[in-house]
Design a protein around this ligand. Structure first.
Ligand SMILES: [Zn+2]
Length: 899
């Protein structure tokens, strides 16, 4: 890997707060002014000093500190203190009037701050009311290090304290915080009201929250008497009904599952128009993007509705995992994210069977985690975090999807009751306190009587995951399996570290495909296992139910034996998905050819499950991508091959919803028809166009599940006229899912002037909310022109991107970067991409330093911004490699198909 930047530049030395002082209680009073985008603040912090000192340090950022004073003993007069500020570390040093011995003191801060538009700290959000006039509300996003934007604090998760929040707001506004209101009194002059909230339990600063605005709500009570409310901007509260019902059920379900009742008297869920993350689990005041909380029964797609269910359940799981028990430091971020992610599926799986959520788990979590973790530049689940500025980049598929999948593997291995017992022990032992990964393993070991630490450390402390190479021989009625493990790397290369895992292996066989026939634990590089009672010729499959976080590569003989039961769907759907997803991934490594993949895909002609078709579709899209890079003729033939494979299913499924079918069917229909349309199947394209015309002219609704596919066809095939219609739709709808879908579709236009118009509209004219601008990039990868345009646009506007999202460490900035670059497929592009970031003048000193350090260390780097770049560069190279290794295979295959 080439290096860039100056590896010798001194890194900013990061510092945590000194440990000799701890906050125990905060009294924070804020007076926000929505017209002037500012707030005034007064706070008193009770601090326990544990060693004699004449200086105290707290975090503060973008605050104008007007005064700091110290009350050394109760009843003493407050003494003003001098301060100094380190703007790299965001630390305010407070010089005490004299040395203070170990004791309790109070610090009093007077300050003003800005209600910014960067979606962090205490910030403003803009929306239009019913009459179309601009309105603002103010809310907070404090994770990971933004509480310091709102009030000076000990802004590290270990410093748990209680909080009294008071907000002084205009009379017509609603003020919310973590706790219930205890008093509301008029301010002097009577124009405003002073809203005081009850004292919180002991908690970390990143979980404090408030919201101020014209809000409306609906409410309900849980069985245990907790008041649940969903808040929205005016006119949208009815769309909160689905989430409200679900959240009531969720609190009751978790109360039982964790065996610890939710400790606060209320929990509000609020939909915020501008929001950088999906949602945030502030204790008692959970904030969501509108799209992640609001559901309109006739308009929301099934997929989006199931996402809402998952996000609601995820955040509420955090009330225990994260809020009640918190990680000591961000290195253990996965402790809360991995478990909230797992519990969201446990809840939705048990309470919303219509979503078949565990099927989606495989694609959305397991496959997504493996896809990132297969790159050489992945990172371990437990990741060393020095400076929390590096944090935004690890809110990624490793921290969420891999952690989640590894938890599922462990849960299956230990059994759910044992797993649950361990989690309960852990939560009870560390409630209102902090923990590290080891504490969780100890609790699970206690519950199971097994050495969970030994089992799990390989999965959380080393990056990557294994692929098991398996072959077999028959011995009487026994099947003897030879299993070898090595790290799965997407480029097919070797792992220099020789990583080993303890791999829980389950085995199923052809005579009873739904049962686990045998269980083993693979500890060595290579081991033999005996499966008793297997007839000769019977197929044997590893990873039953695809519960393990590993891939399997079978001998030809073993794979061929499974084909008939894939075709007849006798093999369970979770196994069919796992098999095809593994094959599709092994395509990249060159260990499986596209011809082999097509053979297995072809035996899935009778497949009826959405997720399995999704895995087939993904493999076929790789084939099309390769063909596109080769020649127009090859692309044409490849499209014909796709049509041949999908046509029968498309004809059977049709376009209209049939009565009595489950929620997956419409999604399958959309997937198959969309692929046919992309492959240029004229009758399908015409049908989509007809749906859109009927919708515009006759008001015939488009089924929400096929809406995105319809919009996509209109954008790709409808020229300027189609584009304008979509733009008009986006402008006139008030529903965020439709806005987003129209935008993703428009970005697929093959006409550059239209794409230019869209980017100007979205970015320069700011017609698209910053939180959603990344969706402009999503569709551009579908054409060469789009790829190039998006990349050039990103480079030319990087300064604005950095400014808009608040810097290179912002996750929104990085996601734009990723979408703009990752669909390239040539070595030259990879070099160009890398060079650009090496030489980019717009990266400021801090960014450059962030870049420089790891460049010197390359692989040993702990810097995730660069790691993130490397991942994208690596993804580009993978595309190029796939193309090379399959070039001749595609040509042969297409000739054989006689197309
Ligand atoms: Zn979370």
């Amino acid at each position: 890997m080439a290096t860039c930047g100056n590896p010798n530049a001194p890194a900013v030395k990061f510092e945590r707060l000194p440990t000799f002082a701890e906050p125990t209680h905060y009294d924070v009073r804020l007076l926000p002014c929505l017209n002037q985008f500012s707030f005034e603040g007064l706070s008193t912090v009770d601090v326990t000093i544990k060693e004699a000192t004449d200086v105290l340090k707290v975090h503060a950022q973008s605050l104008l500190i007007q005064s700091v004073s110290l009350v050394a003993n109760p009843g003493d007069a407050a003494k003003t203190c001098d301060t100094s500020y380190d703007d790299k570390l965001n630390i305010l040093s407070i010089k005490l009037p004299s040395v203070v011995q170990p004791q309790k003191v109070q610090l009093i801060f007077k300050f003003v701050g800005e209600l910014n538009d960067k979606m962090r700290g205490f910030y403003r959000s803009q929306y239009k009311d019913k009459s179309g006039s601009e309105k603002f509300l103010a809310s907070t996003q404090f994770e990971s290090t933004y509480a310091r934007y709102a009030f000076p604090c000990f802004d590290e998760p270990i410093y748990k304290a209680t909080f009294d929040i008071t907000l002084e707001v205009e009379n017509h506004l609603t003020a919310l915080s973590n706790m219930n209101v205890v008093s509301e009194t008029p301010s002097t002059g009577g124009k405003r009201k002073i809203v005081k909230f009850a004292t919180t339990p002991k908690m970390s600063s990143y979980l404090v929250a408030f919201a101020v605005g014209e809000l409306e709500y609906i409410s309900a009570q849980t069985k245990s008497g907790v008041e649940m409310r969903v808040y929205t901007v005016p006119g949208k509260k009815e769309q909160g009904q689905y989430s409200l019902d679900l959240s009531v059920k969720c609190i009751d379900w978790y109360n039982e599952w964790f065996d610890i009742p939710y400790p606060l008297p209320k929990c509000d869920l609020i939909a915020i128009p501008d929001f950088s993350m999906g949602a945030m689990e502030n204790w008692g005041l959970v904030t969501y993007r509108e799209i992640a909380l609001l559901v309109d029964p006739g308009v929301t797609s099934t997929r989006q509705k199931s996402r809402v269910a998952l996000v609601v359940a995820h955040e509420l799981a955090h009330l225990w995992f994260g809020n009640l028990v918190t990680m000591k430091w961000w290195t253990d971020l996965w402790l809360k994210e991995g478990f909230a992610s797992f519990m969201e599926y446990m809840f939705v799986g048990a309470n919303c069977p219509e979503f078949k959520i565990w099927l989606h788990f495989l694609n959305d979590e397991l496959a997504s985690g493996m896809s990132l973790d297969g790159l050489r530049n992945s990172h371990p689940i437990e990741v060393e975090i020095d400076n929390p500025n590096e944090l935004d980049e690890i809110y990624d598929s490793i921290t969420y999807a891999k952690s989640n999948s590894v938890n599922r593997m462990l849960c299956y291995y230990l059994s759910e009751p044992v797993f649950q017992k361990g989690l309960r022990l852990y939560l009870k032992k560390f409630q209102y306190s902090n923990a590290v990964t080891q504490d969780l393993w100890t609790a699970l070991s206690e519950a199971s009587g097994q050495n969970v630490n030994e089992l799990m450390s390989g999965w959380t402390q080393q990056m990557g995951f294994p692929v098991l190479n398996v072959s077999q021989r028959q011995d009487g009625n026994n099947r003897i399996l030879t299993v070898q493990q090595r790290r799965f790397i997407s480029d097919g290369g070797e792992d220099s570290k020789n990583s080993l895992w303890q791999v829980p292996i389950t085995v199923s066989v052809g005579s009873s495909p739904n049962d686990v026939k045998a269980r083993f634990l693979l500890r060595e590089k290579q081991q033999e296992f005996v499966v008793e009672g297997v007839a000769p010729g019977e197929w044997v499959k590893l990873n039953s139910g695809t519960t393990g976080f590993y891939r399997v590569e079978y001998s030809d003989e073993m794979l061929t034996a499974m084909l008939p039961d894939i075709a007849s769907r006798k093999m369970p759907v979770l196994d069919r998905f796992g098999l095809i997803n593994d094959l599709s991934a092994l395509l990249n490594t060159g260990r499986v050819s596209i011809a082999q993949f097509v053979q297995v895909a072809a035996s899935s002609a009778n497949e009826d499950e959405y997720v399995v078709w999704g895995a087939i579709d993904e493999g076929m899209s790789k084939l099309l991508m390769c063909a596109r890079e080769m020649s127009d003729d090859t692309l044409k033939s490849a499209k014909q091959l796709v049509i041949k494979m999908f046509e029968k299913s498309g004809a059977e499924l049709g376009f209209a919803e049939q009565s009595g079918e489950d929620s997956q069917k419409m999604m399958l229909r959309a997937l198959v028809q969309a692929r046919l349309a992309r492959a240029g199947h004229r009758p399908t394209i015409e049908k989509f166009n007809q749906l859109f015309t009927d919708f515009l002219e006759k008001g015939t609704p488009i089924h929400p599940d096929i809406r995105l596919a319809t919009f996509g066809v209109v954008a790709r095939c409808g020229g300027k006229e189609g584009f304008d219609k979509l733009m008009n739709l986006r402008e006139t709808t008030t529903f965020q899912e439709i806005e987003r879908q129209a935008m993703i579709a428009m970005s697929q236009t093959p006409e550059q002037p239209l794409l230019a118009q869209l980017f100007e509209y979205g970015f320069e004219k700011n017609k698209v909310r910053p939180q959603d601008q990344l969706y402009l990039f999503v569709g551009t990868g579908s054409t060469h022109m789009g790829q190039q345009y998006a990349w050039k646009y990103f480079c030319e506007h990087i300064k604005e991107f950095l400014e808009k999202y608040g810097g290179a460490n912002s996750s929104l900035f990085q996601r734009c970067l990723k979408f703009a670059g990752e669909s390239f497929g040539s070595e030259q592009r990879a070099v160009e991409f890398q060079d650009y970031f090496c030489n980019c003048k717009e990266l400021n000193d801090t960014d450059r330093q962030t870049l420089a350090r790891p460049i010197g260390q390359v692989c040993l780097s702990s810097n995730f911004f660069f790691k993130f770049l490397l991942q994208t560069v690596e993804a580009i190279r993978l595309n190029a490699r796939l193309l090379e290794s399959n070039r001749s295979v595609i040509e042969t295959l297409l000739k054989q198909s006689n197309l």
